[in-house]
Design a protein around this ligand. Structure first.
Ligand code: G3P
Ligand code: MG
Length: 257
């Protein structure tokens, strides 16, 4: 096996900020994850219609904002159809609980600056609005390079979308990339090599001795999402996994594991 690539990141990564304990992909979630001792976070980033990168998981605003109550129906609820000035008005916290009422959608820049100020690490999942894969990968990579230009450790870019990762590689080849997999589709290893990835990030069900050996033999770091119980975490760590993305910031203490 080749010598493993340098890996400056913590083993434990808080999914969407703090999993399900706070409204996902908001600054409030990052603060809560940090209060549980987490120093690395995963978040989902896409573009507004005027090109501002911001945090949101779904293609639409329906599940995690009050857009259904406030936006003109004829514009639809597709997040990428709206300008940032419109998106910035939305309440992205009330859907979760009253304690987070009026929590806004954050820009990627606000989250980046929060992480940089606090010495936290970030895994930026590029989550393009369908049809904007190349553009989103390009813009997010350029923005990440600009924001982290003076940082000792760069953010880890990742995506399920090969086109988005390819655009990120072309825009900022020096930023580390991880290929996200929800299936071991034919050619996954070759694709990760072609994209110059440093890591493979799989659904935890996909990691076994065979997939782990294939990934490690090709020189990749290995990570998994979304690991929410101790039995699964133990199984993966015993296989030699390098990083665990979890919702359960209340169950796993990064300091003790
Ligand atoms: O980046 C890991 C994980 O977040 C991928 O799945 O759907 O939660 O974004 P999803
Ligand atoms: Mg994600």
């Amino acid at each position: 096996m080749p010598a493993p690539r340098p890996w400056p990141y913590p083993r434990w990564i808080a999914h969407r900020g703090a999993g399900k304990l706070a409204p996902e992909n908001t600054l409030a979630a990052f603060l809560l994850g940090a209060s549980h001792g987490y120093r690395m976070f995963e978040c989902d980033v896409k573009l507004s219609s005027d090109g501002v990168p911001f945090l949101l998981h779904d293609d639409t605003l329906t599940r995690t904002t009050n857009a259904g109550d406030t936006l003109d129906a004829k514009h639809g609820a597709t997040a990428g159809d709206h300008t940032w000035s419109t998106l910035a008005q939305l309440d992205a916290g009330s859907w979760h609980s009253r304690a987070f009422a009026a929590e806004p959608l954050p820009t990627f820049e606000a989250v980046a600056r929060y992480c940089l100020r606090n010495g936290f690490f970030l895994n930026i999942e590029i989550k393009p609005t369908p049809g904007l894969e190349r553009h989103t990968g390009d813009v997010v990579a350029r923005e990440a390079a600009r924001l982290w230009q003076n940082a000792a450790v760069p953010p880890l870019l990742s995506s399920f979308d090969v086109t988005a990762l390819e655009a990120a590689m072309q825009a900022q080849p020096e930023l580390p990339r991880g290929l996200l997999l929800d299936a071991l589709w034919p050619g996954w290893l070759k694709t990760a090599l072609r994209l110059g990835c440093v890591a493979i990030i799989c659904d935890h069900l996909l990691w076994d001795q065979s997939s782990m050996t294939q990934a490690k033999s090709a020189g990749f770091r290995t990570l998994s999402y979304t690991v929410n119980d101790k039995t699964t975490a133990r199984r993966l760590l015993d296989l030699g996994l390098d990083g665990i993305i979890t919702d359960r910031v209340d169950l796993f203490s990064p300091a003790s594991l």
